[in-house]
Design a protein around this ligand. Structure first.
Ligand SMILES: Cc1cc2nc3c(=O)[nH]c(=O)nc-3n(C[C@H](O)[C@H](O)[C@H](O)COP(=O)(O)OP(=O)(O)OC[C@H]3O[C@@H](n4cnc5c(N)ncnc54)[C@H](O)[C@@H]3O)c2cc1C
Length: 310
């Protein structure tokens, strides 16, 4: 937990970012966690995963959006990939995941309205393609805004989903509010550095919250998406879905590209729906830092790549 907090804190600095992004060897690590820089890379990864029996959620990387043009460029990138997914016949089993910060939410002035407009255009493109959108969840200062945007999107695009993070104290109650018919909720532990005023700090507390949230979602009438690589939580989810009499088409598992591929295959072979979250694009820095913070072994790979340079 201490290493994780330190890394997530340190990662904001430009000097660290420059050192990491220019380190030789870093490309190999990025390749493990992201499909590549281009739309073609994303389509190839989607097609390969679907051939192997997995569903996909594509994430166009980018979160430090600094101006309106960049926000609109990102929304355009989503519209483009959705249209290409449809042309390739891949859309029914590939949705997209969107960070509202990447499409303008944090911009001063009318950022929230801009992000909502951009999200509406992505939802329309997804609908036209025959698929849907899930809103990623970022740090706790954005939770209310993101859930408000979700509400606005669901009025026109009711299949739009969102992520809830079990490390936040509020999440069990958010699960209760959102466990309604047609609601798609991706439950994860949470990847940001959060203060103890709003978030559980120990693994045991975060895991216990995850289990309580799973029960609320399974008791409700929505479509839960269990996004975790944690063996214990996956086993509990498998048991709970049976206890709550859930058919296999009423929930799914999700894992990140390049993480626990053995477990992804095991769930697929057991007949579960499993969706792989596939990031692509050139703005991979923030994503990679969070993946390193989750697992010390990834961190040592990253540090070795940086130190080898000096
Ligand atoms: C589909 C999906 C979408 C997500 N979306 C969001 C989001 O919108 N907002 C957000 O805050 N977080 C998001 N996350 C990240 C999530 O919050 C966790 O940080 C991440 O999944 C690690 O938690 P875990 O449940 O796998 O459990 P952990 O206890 O962290 O990990 C359990 C085990 O999984 C393996 N593992 C976990 N992470 C890694 C890794 N990076 N590399 C290698 N092995 C690993 C290790 O074996 C580890 O022991 C998402 C995760 C997934 C799977």
């Amino acid at each position: 937990m201490i290493v994780r907090a330190a890394l997530l804190g340190l990662a904001g600095g430009q000097a660290v970012k420059d050192a990491v992004t220019s380190a030789p060897g870093i490309a190999d690590i990025v390749r493990r966690f992201a499909a590549g820089d281009t739309d073609d890379d994303a389509l190839r990864a989607t097609s390969d995963l679907q051939d192997d029996g997995f569903d996909v959620s594509l994430d166009y990387l980018g979160e430090d959006t600094l101006d309106r043009a960049q926000a609109e460029q990102t929304a355009g990138a989503y519209a483009r990939i959705l249209s290409r997914l449809a042309d390739a016949g891949l859309a029914p089993r590939a949705e997209v995941s969107v960070k509202l910060s990447a499409i303008g939410q944090a911009l001063p002035g009318d950022g929230v309205a801009l992000a909502t407009d951009n999200a509406l255009s992505i939802c329309q493109a997804a609908k036209d393609a025959g698929t849907t959108v899930t809103l990623d969840m970022e740090d706790h200062t954005t939770t209310d805004l993101t859930l408000a945007t979700l509400g606005a999107l669901r009025a026109d695009f009711p299949t739009t989903g969102a992520v809830l993070q079990s490390y936040l104290h509020r999440t069990e109650s958010d699960c209760r509010d959102l466990a309604v018919p047609g609601s798609r909720i991706r439950l994860c532990k949470g990847a940001y550095r959060e203060p103890e005023t709003v978030a559980y700090q120990t693994r045991a507390d975060i895991d216990r919250s995850y289990v309580r949230c799973m029960k609320v979602l399974l008791e409700g009438q929505g479509y839960p998406m269990f996004a975790t690589h944690d063996d214990r939580l996956v086993a509990i989810a498998e048991a709970l879905t049976r206890r709550y009499g859930r058919g296999r088409d009423t929930y799914e598992f999700q894992m990140l590209y390049g993480v626990r591929r053995d477990e992804q295959r095991r769930l697929r072979d057991a007949g579960e729906t499993i969706r792989v979250y596939v990031p692509y694009g050139t703005e991979w820095y923030g994503y990679l830092v969070r993946r390193m913070a989750e697992r010390p072994a990834n961190l040592s790979l990253g540090l070795r790549a940086i130190l080898d340079r000096h």
